[in-house]
Structures are given as structure tokens and as C-alpha cells.
Design a protein around this ligand. Structure first.
Ligand code: ATP
Length: 759
């Protein structure tokens, strides 16, 4: 015991030194910030912009140093040469530039996550430090150099072989949920670490059952890539795509806690700047819109706006007649298409060619040689003649993506012509009045249309050239400023150039990227990727031409009808075979009893479930109550009873505790009303901040990707009837307990002995 106390005291001393250094750095940055601010608003605009840029820089750095307060240091490696290496949230050096703390993402930290007794990587001992605030409250050692141990001791003591730092891990898993996802930086497991540090290049697909840490791994990988490839990714940006706004809010603290704030987060519906996809949509309609054939439908719809007239048309211009002939139109079209430019851009060539042909007719009637300036006037006259304008528009209509897609939905003959491969029923599903709100499934179609239509981008291209030149000059200037101010290494010249606001407020990379439909990112992370339709994949791949992607999901949890049933089926057509697959196999969330029941039910429903081992079990994790009498409201009343008991149970959970009632869509409103009627309304969350409240009522679909301490699941058979994936998702949300209330028989595959039955 005395040995342990001594060890703890030793670690406390070391941790104190690290926090002291952190405080020193914070004070230093704050002082620099004060100095910059003290200089006031005088000086040339150039000086002012430079000062503002440094002020923002110091503010960011202070914020970053503040964000690493919790568990600053969490590990120690004892190495063969007798040295010790402390692992933490960021790297720290002392005033002599000697390393005090190694960033968890640095190559030197990798052994903390990967070393095993079989592959020690020079590690004699791995130590996990447990801290609360700035106090060291525990240490947990794993001795990897077995020669230094007695026989029979594996130096690990894990209940399940392969888990590292089991005590710290189990403590993390058992902690109460707060409604926000936390980082796992202190307890990343080896199979997760291999994915996190996998190469930047190419598309990496991570398949794993529920609770295997896919979301956690995806976020830590984003932080790792930004660390390891900062130069490239800071400039091009990283995009993270998630399934819903609630989900994005659930995860929004993880990257900042890892010191990264520049990642753009979006749902598929957010990816077309200027379009707000707010309307809900029937699954069947979304499925049709998501089919790969819709790319051909949109392409045909565009092409059908290029039409050769059936007859000649004579037009009077200034007392003379010119004739628009089908043959001229056809030839002008052929010329316009030659460069394969998008519709609206090729149209410029078409119109120019047609006007030139009409001008030839006009000039021929004048008989004399016509000087070139007069030909210009004739061209202008023809261009502004109404009948000619109408005829040329009918032949080659200028279009916005919105108009094209809206017309497809609103004008049945257009859809018949563009989509012969769709059945009458499918086409009827797409029918919609003009002016209706956009849905998430419309966005990939609009994006497809935007690609094929293009914008008249001459002005935009000139602007882009000017911007690029100015940017090069600014980066060069920033480089000189960094060199002369001794700030190299703190920030890249590119980032500092972003901050120089010489011409009004300048946007960060993330802001610029989010506002630009044609932005191409350096890396894209997709979570719950199994839900994306074929059309959504096409859109996403346009955002990342390098195909540097992290794609995480579980094809057994697919609930969208347009989503993936297998990765190969969904990704081969868009990525060909240029993607690699990794699997996660350990469930860290759900108690083993609940996970086993969910696997069994999902297997019976023929879902392609992955192998899954569970890191732990919890006593009485599964409770089932069958309601046999009392009318249809009885199930709702039983759900409320369980919800109340669970919320009360959470009072004893340190640091949080969240309860969700997951019910079939038709029962959500009755459950909500019953909760309010029972006086539990104050605990109930709603809107964007719903996850912050102690209690929430959700459909299975809305619970996707989220987790709660206790889930009360209402009528699993009804959930299954809508979608087997929905039931698998709903059953695998709790970290402590699943309470099931039902009248209808339990779904096939429900283990007979699973769950303490309540009468
Ligand atoms: N190495 C780890 N250490 C501590 N906690 C972990 C670890 N890996 C995963 N977890 C925790 O397990 C839970 C599930 O993780 P996560 O949500 O990332 O899983 P998922 O695979 O995305 O699940 P789903 O497919 O069900 O959405 C989270 O609370 C996460 O913090």
C-alpha cells in the first residue's frame, strides 16, 4: 500500500509540473494578447490587419490551451532504456525545449495504444493515470516485459484478452452519459488505433456493429489526420458528414476537446449552399430519388432542354427577314457540344453560332461589303429581337438546377420523357407541386443538375484568378511576418494569411468551404455511411476528388430504403474497387446481455450482422414487461412508469445520466403527452437541445448514432414491422439498461431467457 501511495505521490508531482507548464503557457499567450490589444487601433491599415490577425491567433491558442485542462496527461510508457514518456492531450516542452508531454497523435505515442506483451516496441510498462481535476486518483499498470514478472501472471488481468488499460476503460464505459459525446483519447484500443492512424490516401471503410466506437474512431482519426497532415488539410479543409442535426450536436464537443476546431460538419441535406432542405419526406419517395438511375434521368432532362425545332421560323428584323432553320440549329448545337462544357456554358457558344448564321443571312440581303463594326451592330440587333430570343431559348433554355428539378417533379410529361426507366408508380411518387420545400433527398439531385448545367462562370473564373494571385502574395507576407516575430511553428503561414483582414472580414478555410458548392476537401469523413443513397455518394465524391475518405457505418443498421445493404454493392459502382475495409469487433457501449438479444433478433430478421464481442455486462441490464390488459393505452402507461423509474435512478449517477423512450413513430406523440400528464414534462427535452435534457422521446430512426444510460423501448414488434434495421438500432442505444414494454408478441429471435420479466 505504501508503495502505491509513493507511486501516486510521484505521479502527482509530475502532473503538477505539467499543469504548471500549461498555466505558464496560457499566461504567456494571454500576455501577448494583452500587448497586441494594448497597441490600440492606430497605425496603417496593414499594421492594423496584422495586429488583428495576431490577436485572433493568440485568442485561438488560449482557447486551445484552455480546452485541454481535463485529463491533460493520461499515460506513461516506461521504456527499455530506463526512460519514461508521458502521453497527453497535447505536446508540451519545457523552456529548454525538452519534451515533458507527448501528444497522443505523435508517432512516439503510438506504443501507448498498440504495444502488447508479444510486440512490446521497447515498452517495459504501460501506465494509465486516472485523474480528477488536477489530482491523480489512480494508476493502473500493465507490465509488457513478462520476463520481469512471476509465472502465470499475464501482467494485464483483463477479463477479455486484447483490451488495454481495462480499469480505465471500464470506468469510462460505466460513466453516466451527459447527452454529449466525449473523447476516448485515454483508452483508445489497439484495433481502433490502427484505423485512426491509417494512411490519409484512399477511401477507408470501417464496418462495425453498434457501439464498437465507429463515431469515436472517425472523430479521433480526423484529429489525427489534421495533426499529421496539417499543411495539406488546413488549406483544403476536412468535411464530416453525419445523419442529423441532433447527431452533429451530440458530437460537436469531441474535436474541440482534441484541440481541433476547423472541421466543417454537415448532413447530406446541408451540402448545397443556399438550399435549406427542411421538409420531411416519405421513405418511398426518398428511395426513388436516391437511385443511381436518377443521374441518367437528370442528364436526360438537361439534354431535353436542347431541342431542334420541327419547322423553320421566319423573323422580321429591321425590315428584313431571317430564317431560323432546324438544320442551322442542329449544326450550332453540334458545335456547342463539342467542348463538353455544361449546358449553360455551352449555350453561350450555341447562341453565338446561331446569331452569326442569322447575321450572315442578314448581311447577304444588304448586298454590299459590311464593315465589321456594322456587323457588330447587326448581331446586337438580332440578339435583342424578341422572337429570336424566344426561339433560341426554346432551342437551348438557360436553366437553374432548382428550375430543372422542380419541372421534373411538377410536369409529368417532362418526367415521362426524362425517366422512361421509372415505373408509373415511381413517377407518381415523385410528383410534387412547384414551390414546395426541398427535402434532403432533393439535394443530391440539385447537385447533379448543377454539375450538368454549370453557371456562366467567366466572371467567377476571373475573380478566382485574382483571388489566387492575392492569396499567394498574402501567404508570402504571412511567412515573412512569422519569421520576423519568432512565431514559426505556432501556426502555418496559410492560416495566418486567412486571418489577415486587409479587405474586410476574411473567412476561415472552414467558412469558405461550407459556403462553396464546388469546394473540394482534403479529406471527408462520413458517419452512419450506410444510410447514404447512390445519388448522395455521387454528390459527396465530387467534394473529394482525391477520394481521401473515412467511411464508417454498419450495413446491419441501415434504415433508409435508399441506403446500403452491402458496402460492395453501394461503393463499387462509385469508387470501383479502390477502397479498403477495416472492421471493429468489440462493443463498448451496450451491456453484453442486451447486445446478445439485439444480435439474435437482428440475425432472425436476416440482417447482415457483424461479429461482436462485448467489453462488459451489467446486472439486470434487460427487463421485459408484457402488458396483458388495460386497453391500448396500457403500453404507453407502462413506458411512462419505466421512464420515471429510470430518471429517478439517474439521480444517483455521477456526472449525468440520460434516459430515452424509443417508440414507433405513431406512439411518440401519445408517449410524450402521457409523460407530461404524469408530471415528468420538466425533464423532457425538445428541439435542437433535446439531448441535453434528462429524458427524451424518439423514434428509432432519430436515435441513430446516439446513446443513453437507459432506453425504454416500446412495442419492438411494431418497430420491426417498419424496419428490422430500426429495431437493431433502437435495442443497441443503452449503456446500462434496456427496458422493453409490449403487448404484441416479442419479435422472432428474442432469446427466451433474456431479460428479467416483469409481470
Ligand atoms: N476505446 C474506448 N474507450 C472508451 N470508450 C469507448 C472506446 N471506444 C468506444 N467507446 C465508447 O463506446 C460508445 C460507443 O461508441 P460510438 O458511438 O463511437 O460507437 P458506434 O460504433 O459509432 O455505434 P453505433 O453504430 O451504434 O452508432 C461511446 O460512448 C464511446 O465513447
Amino acid at each position: 500500500m505504501a508503495g502505491r501511495e509513493t507511486e501516486l505521490a510521484g505521479e502527482q508531482k509530475r502532473v503538477d509540473a505539467l499543469y504548471a507548464r500549461l498555466d505558464e503557457l496560457r499566461a504567456h499567450q494571454r500576455e501577448r494578447l494583452r500587448e497586441v490589444r494594448r497597441e490600440g487601433p492606430s497605425g496603417s491599415p496593414q499594421n492594423r490587419s496584422e495586429r488583428d490577425a495576431f490577436a485572433t491567433l493568440y485568442e485561438d491558442r488560449v482557447a486551445q490551451l484552455e480546452a485541454v485542462e481535463d485529463r491533460l496527461a493520461f499515460g506513461r510508457l516506461d521504456l527499455d532504456d530506463g526512460s519514461q514518456r508521458y502521453i497527453g492531450r497535447i505536446g508540451l516542452t519545457d523552456e529548454h525545449h525538452t519534451t515533458m508531454l507527448t501528444d497522443w497523435r505523435a508517432p512516439a505515442a503510438q506504443a501507448f495504444y498498440r504495444a502488447t506483451a508479444a510486440h512490446r516496441d521497447d515498452v517495459v510498462r504501460r501506465r494509465h493515470l486516472v485523474t480528477r481535476g488536477r489530482s491523480v486518483t489512480g494508476i493502473e499498470d500493465e507490465v509488457l516485459d513478462l520476463a520481469s514478472l512471476g509465472a502465470g501472471d499475464d501482467g494485464d488481468g483483463s477479463a477479455m484478452s486484447g483490451l488495454t488499460g481495462e480499469g480505465a476503460l471500464l470506468a469510462a464505459l460505466a460513466a453516466g452519459r451527459t447527452g454529449r459525446m466525449g473523447d476516448i483519447v485515454a483508452t483508445i484500443q489497439a484495433e481502433q488505433d490502427a484505423i485512426i492512424r491509417s494512411d490519409l490516401a484512399g477511401a477507408l471503410v470501417v464496418q462495425g456493429g453498434p457501439g464498437t466506437g465507429k463515431t469515436a474512431v472517425a472523430l479521433h482519426r480526423a484529429a489525427y489526420l489534421l495533426y499529421a497532415h496539417r499543411r495539406v488539410l488546413e488549406r483544403s479543409g476536412v468535411l464530416l458528414v453525419g445523419p442529423s442535426a441532433v447527431f452533429l450536436r451530440y458530437i460537436d464537443q469531441v474535436l474541440p476537446s482534441l484541440g481541433e476546431t476547423g472541421v466543417v460538419t454537415a448532413t447530406i441535406g446541408d451540402l448545397y449552399p443556399g438550399i435549406e432542405a427542411t421538409a420531411d419526406e416519405d421513405e418511398a419517395v426518398a428511395e426513388v430519388k436516391g437511385r443511381a438511375v436518377m443521374a441518367g434521368v437528370v442528364a436526360r432532362a438537361v439534354r431535353q432542354r436542347q431541342r431542334v425545332p420541327a419547322h423553320e421560323q421566319s423573323v422580321r428584323v429591321e425590315g428584313r427577314t431571317v430564317v431560323i432553320t432546324p438544320r442551322d440549329v442542329q449544326e450550332a448545337m453540334a458545335r456547342a457540344r463539342r467542348n463538353h462544357r455544361p449546358h449553360n456554358l455551352a449555350r453561350v457558344t450555341f447562341v453565338r453560332e446561331m446569331l452569326s448564321r442569322l447575321a450572315d443571312q442578314y448581311v447577304a440581303q444588304l448586298g454590299d461589303d459590311v464593315p465589321s463594326d456594322e456587323r457588330g451592330e447587326i448581331l446586337e440587333e438580332l440578339r435583342t429581337t424578341r422572337d429570336i430570343r424566344v426561339a433560341l431559348n426554346l432551342a437551348w433554355m438557360p436553366l437553374t438546377p432548382q428550375k430543372l428539378v422542380e419541372d421534373l417533379y411538377a410536369k409529368p410529361p417532362r418526367l415521362v420523357a426524362a425517366a422512361p426507366e421509372l415505373s408509373r408508380r415511381d413517377r407518381a411518387l415523385l410528383r410534387r407541386e412547384p414551390g414546395a420545400l426541398w427535402t434532403a433527398a432533393d439535394v443530391p439531385l440539385l447537385d447533379e443538375a448543377a454539375e450538368l448545367l454549370g453557371e456562366d462562370d467567366q466572371a467567377a473564373r476571373a475573380q478566382a484568378r485574382a483571388d489566387a494571385e492575392r492569396r499567394t502574395a498574402e501567404v508570402e507576407y504571412a511567412r515573412r511576418v512569422l519569421a520576423s516575430s519568432g512565431n514559426q511553428g505556432l501556426v502555418s503561414a496559410e492560416l495566418l494569411a486567412d486571418r489577415f483582414a486587409a479587405t474586410g472580414p476574411r473567412l476561415t478555410t472552414a467558412e469558405r468551404a461550407a459556403a462553396d458548392r464546388t469546394w473540394t476537401y482534403g479529406h471527408v469523413v462520413v458517419d452512419e455511411a450506410q444510410e447514404l443513397s447512390a445519388m448522395a455518394w455521387r454528390m459527396l465524391l465530387r467534394r473529394v476528388p482525391t477520394r481521401s475518405m473515412t467511411i464508417v457505418g454498419d450495413v446491419a443498421q441501415t434504415t433508409a430504403r435508399a441506403g446500403a445493404r452491402s458496402w460492395r454493392g453501394m461503393l463499387d459502382p462509385v469508387l470501383r474497387s479502390s477502397w479498403r475495409l477495416s472492421e471493429l469487433t468489440v462493443n463498448y457501449r451496450t451491456p453484453a446481455t442486451v447486445a446478445a438479444a439485439a444480435q439474435s433478433v437482428a440475425g432472425a430478421a436476416q440482417l447482415p450482422v457483424s461479429d461482436l464481442r462485448s467489453a462488459r455486462d451489467v446486472p439486470d441490464a434487460l427487463v421485459v414487461e408484457q402488458v396483458t390488459d388495460g386497453g391500448p393505452d396500457a403500453v404507453v402507461r407502462a413506458a411512462v412508469r419505466h421512464a420515471r423509474a429510470a430518471v429517478e435512478e439517474m439521480d444517483d449517477v455521477a456526472d449525468g445520466g440520460r434516459v430515452a423512450v424509443v417508440a414507433p413513430a405513431g406512439l411518440v406523440a401519445p408517449v410524450r403527452s402521457a409523460i407530461e400528464a404524469a408530471g415528468l414534462g420538466a425533464a423532457l427535452g425538445a428541439g435542437a437541445g433535446a439531448m441535453d435534457a434528462p429524458l427524451i422521446v424518439l423514434t428509432p430512426r432519430q436515435s441513430k448514432g446516439l446513446e443513453f444510460d437507459v432506453v425504454v423501448l416500446v412495442e419492438p414488434a411494431a418497430v420491426l414491422a417498419a424496419s428490422a434495421g430500426d429495431l437493431y438500432v433502437a435495442m443497441t442505444r443503452p449503456t446500462r439498461g434496456l427496458r422493453v414494454v409490449h403487448r404484441d408478441p416479442l419479435p422472432a429471435g428474442w432469446p427466451r431467457d433474456a431479460g428479467a420479466a416483469v409481470a
